[in-house]
Design a protein around this ligand. Structure first.
Ligand code: GLN
Length: 487
């Protein structure tokens, strides 16, 4: 078995046909997980026993001639922000160190019902707040393409394990870019679905009006398979939409003939790394040569994205994080005089610097007298950003843009300056604020061998359009089998 080359599709097909045992796949993935851990630090928890048990369950279904599902025996890693019953979920925070949830997230349940085997919980920025994975209480993750660089964040562990061929796919979450930016930095595919496509039930909440769960894989088809499995209305999450889930992987096709691709002038500005620009433009040229038609568009409120997001996300975070009080679950300080002191000490000891910063910003912006000037105003401008996209999609089917202005940056390069880190999100925040689906696909490498992502966006619930155009481009550009050295 050449594990590194197998896709999710091929693994599941082989398991279902009885050509390979789920146990063999899972054992290989576990070996790789453990071996890579001292190098990459991509996992917070590796669940060896549970994984082997699940693999055996899949194998026994196969031997009974029962269908184990679309993800039969496929080893997957999931971001340690999704609850897993019986396995600890930390959100990469000391405040949830050793927290074992009494129930699983809907996404976890759906993956397991489709036969997937969870081999581990991946490292992330604490509470998904960050863009480099350096804000984790469990240490940073290294980029498999260059160990001196960040893998991106906040789903840094999920991106690194896929790039390093530890699992063929993983689950990330994206609030303002946390699937797309690490996918770009690690040279893989990641999809942030439309807000409301995938259930947030059992996902540790960061900014509830923005959070979405999505797939991270090597191939576009594999992302389509996972997306198909995890999507859909969930009675436990009232923000999930009652909209039919297309069989994304079955409907996948290669043609972009006649597809109108919009290039927003605000996303092709000075300040983008020249090699990033070249790779992105090359991807767009290929789409053009395949029959797509380029149209030039404008998203005039783009420049407000950072200010709007960095008000709305901290406001919602300050509210969501209020539940960690040291009383019901999570870290409880031993040194305290009274109940107020218990709250203060527990939160002071449990939260790292980035959540603290955002709680303070958010609480301030929500406080009486400031609410109208900050949170409410930000929500109004968010609407304008959304309207820009709705209008743009009247003249094009898909929007193409860079994911980030640079390839993966060096560990420590931005970690001392939160504003520099926030600015990094300039191209991913718009689609998040608008609630539209967006994908990152590897479209090239820099001279130093660092991957570069192309971002494709579509109108609400039109994931098929970005999946199909990415699939067409992937088939021509042929980068999905390029592998980092040593993995
Ligand atoms: N980098 C952004 C932030 O720090 C986005 C994070 C995310 O999408 N979870 O908030």
């Amino acid at each position: 078995m050449n594990f590194s080359e197998l896709t999710i599709k091929s693994m599941a097909d082989k398991v279902r046909r009885g050509e390979i045992k789920a146990r063999a796949l899972v054992e290989e993935s576990l070996t790789r997980s453990k071996k890579s851990q001292p190098v990459l630090n991509a996992f917070i928890t590796i669940c060896e026993n549970e994984a082997l048990k699940s693999a055996d369950r899949v194998d026994s279904l196969v031997s009974q001639k029962k269908d184990p599902g679309l993800l039969a025996g496929v080893p997957l890693a999931i971001k340690d922000l999704l609850l897993t019953k019986g396995i600890r979920t930390t959100a990469a925070s000391k405040i949830l160190d050793n927290f074992v949830a009494p129930y699983s997230s809907t996404v976890t349940n759906k993956l397991e019902a489709a036969g997937a085997v969870i081999v581990g919980k991946t490292n992330l920025d604490e509470f998904a707040m960050g863009a480099s994975n350096e804000n984790s209480a469990y240490g940073p993750v290294k980029n498999p393409w260059d160990l001196t660089r960040v893998p991106g964040g906040s789903s840094g562990g999920s991106a690194a394990v896929v790039a390093a061929r530890i699992t063929p796919g993983s689950i990330g979450t994206d609030t303002g870019g946390s699937i797309r930016e690490p996918a770009s930095f690690c040279g893989i595919t990641g999809i942030k679905p439309t807000y409301g496509r995938v259930s947030r039930y059992g996902v540790v909440a960061f900014a509830s009006s923005l959070d979405q769960v999505g797939p991270m894989t090597r191939t576009v088809e594999d992302s389509a398979i996972i997306l198909e499995v995890i999507s859909g209305k969930d009675r436990h999450d009232s923000t999930t939409a009652q909209i039919a889930v297309p069989p994304f992987s079955k409907n996948i096709f290669d043609s972009v003939k006649g597809l109108k691709i919009g290039l927003p002038k605000e996303y092709f500005v000075d300040g983008i790394d020249t090699e990033v620009r070249k790779a992105v433009e090359n991807g767009i040229e290929i789409l053009k040569s395949l029959g797509a038609q380029i149209v030039h568009i404008s998203l005039p409120h783009t420049s407000y994205g950072i200010a709007v997001y960095y008000l709305i996300a901290p406001c919602e975070a300050s509210s969501n994080l209020a539940r960690y009080d040291g009383v019901r679950f999570g870290h409880r300080s031993k040194e305290n005089k009274d109940i107020l002191d218990l709250y203060c000490q527990s939160r002071g000891e449990g939260f790292g610097p980035e959540p603290k910063r955002r709680i303070m910003l958010g609480t301030y912006a929500l406080s009486s007298g400031y609410y109208d000037a900050y949170y409410k105003k930000a929500c109004q401008v968010r609407r304008l950003i959304r309207d820009d996209f709705v209008k743009a999609f009247q003249t094009c089917d898909v929007i193409a843009a860079p994911v980030a202005t640079t390839p993966a940056f060096k560990l420590g390069e931005k970690s001392s300056d939160p504003l520099q880190m926030y600015l990094n999100d300039i191209f991913t925040l718009g689609p998040s604020l608008a609630g539209i689906p967006a994908l990152s696909l590897n479209c090239g490498f820099t001279k130093n061998g660092l991957p570069v992502g192309l971002q494709l966006m579509a109108s609400h619930f039109q994931e098929e359009k970005i999946i199909n155009s990415a699939h067409a481009l992937e088939k021509t550009i042929n980068l999905e089998n390029r592998q980092p050295h040593g993995f």
